[in-house]
Design a protein around this ligand. Sequence first.
Ligand SMILES: Nc1ncnc2c1ncn2[C@@H]1O[C@H](COP(=O)(O)OP(=O)(O)OP(=O)(O)O)[C@@H](O)[C@H]1O
Ligand SMILES: [Mg+2]
Length: 355
Amino acid sequence: MKLTTRLIMAFILIMMLPIVVAIVFAVLMRTFSGVRPLSIVLPVVAIVVAIGFFVAAWAYFGIFRPIGELQKATREIRDGNLDYEINIDDLGRDEVGELCAEFNDMRLRLKESQEAKINADRENREMISNISHDLKTPITAIKGYVEGIMDGVASSPEKLDRYVRTIYNKANDMDRLIDELTFYSKIDTNRVPYNFAKINVKDYFGDCIEEVSLDLEAQNIHIVYRNSVDSYVEIIADPEQMKRVINNIISNSIKYMDKSTKIIWFTITDIGDFIQVDIRDNGRGVDARDLAKIFERFYRTDASRNSSAGGSGIGLSIVKKIIEDHGGQIWATGAVGEGLEMHFVIRKHREVIDE
Ligand SMILES: Nc1ncnc2c1ncn2[C@@H]1O[C@H](COP(=O)(O)OP(=O)(O)OP(=O)(O)O)[C@@H](O)[C@H]1O
Ligand SMILES: [Mg+2]
């Protein structure tokens, strides 16, 4: 039996009781004192019916209407419409009103998780298409050179040597890409175990710069290193992963350098609870609109993915993940033509002293 039918029956029964009592009372009065029964029954019936209507309206607005709304919203969600919202403004602030508000909350969360799933699906599709593209390019080249050799196009030993070298380099590109992808998928699913250790900022970054500067010198790139942090300042970090961060950022500066005088500024500053590392280059820079996107996986400012400079767009997404896993933050600034500046902060280590 429906809730509405049950309540209507309960109302009728409750209303019948005083009416029956009034009729019995009127019959007794007429029998014993000769008073006209209608003068008693009619007012009682009128009062009972009025109260009945009032209670029915109260129950309708307080219970049935919100339940009806809830039912309608449930059907909408079942049919996939996650935009349907129950208007709780004209519902009461009672338990049923609260139930409707919580229902709206649940709908919002469902909608968010559905949107997140749609985004993840889209990203996965893009990722597969990007990986296919990035693997296909060197494979096509390798195939072309091997066919050239088979057809006898590489007629001289020098030509053959050039062909073989190109095949070797392309195979290396693929190898590097697969390594990066494997590392990215591991770090993205938190399968890279970090070996956190106390690191002295001055010593650690000093050694890093010494290491990279040899490579930079060979490529005619000047590095300006400034570290104004006190010599005792330490951070908690994984030295190997932190090196990966620096290498990825600096290798970008090298790759996207378009000036004849090539400079990289590497600055470390103490900013209270954190140390801030700024790595600036005077390369081609990135458009202000794209600055936040360069940390997305597979994002490259060259959307066609055809330029010779440039990898797969994984480098900075790895950098971001490592910095965030260290509890830090990373962002980029700069302008097209002037260069790019990477900034990241890492919390300083403080010895807890027992008092
Ligand atoms: N120093 C920089 N100067 C100019 N553009 C940059 C610089 N660093 C990054 N970018 C832009 O950001 C994009 C993403 O960088 P990211 O390091 O993630 O990928 P990538 O260098 O293309 O490939 P990968 O690092 O995986 O080999 C680059 O493709 C480039 O367009
Ligand atoms: Mg890179």
